[in-house]
Design a binder for this molecule. Sequence first.
Ligand SMILES: [Zn+2]
Length: 150
Amino acid sequence: MPEEPCQCPDCLRFYREHDRFIREFPTLRQQQELNWAALQSFRTLCGRVLEDLQKQLNSNASNKSEENLIAGTIDNKEKSIAQVISDLENINAHLYSIEALMERIFDVKVPDEVENKFREIAGELAPDPLNIDRLRLNRLLHQTPDLPDK
Ligand SMILES: [Zn+2]
């Protein structure tokens, strides 16, 4: 018997988002643009937060009295900022590598017939949830007690 997909709230949200991205960006070109924009916005935001945290850490360090520096006192808050900075630097390094890989994906262009194929299959994979047939089917499914009514 095939295993049922997980129905926890996180997974349900993921399925919804997954299908929405297929439905709203049903061509190769649109998927390329969507993913590029998502990657770039992720990098921009992470980079700016990182800059800000580094500034904060530096100004904390320069405000430290000399005795504290000599004693090597670093408070916990500062330690955790330093940890976050190193985590975000790691993320940024990975995003940078992903960007290099993605550039190759984005060189590809396909003819219109293939874009239409993308559209057609997108419609099968992620039909419009507001489509009347789909609504009817959902109503039937939601009569099953173990499925959340959302
Ligand atoms: Zn789950």
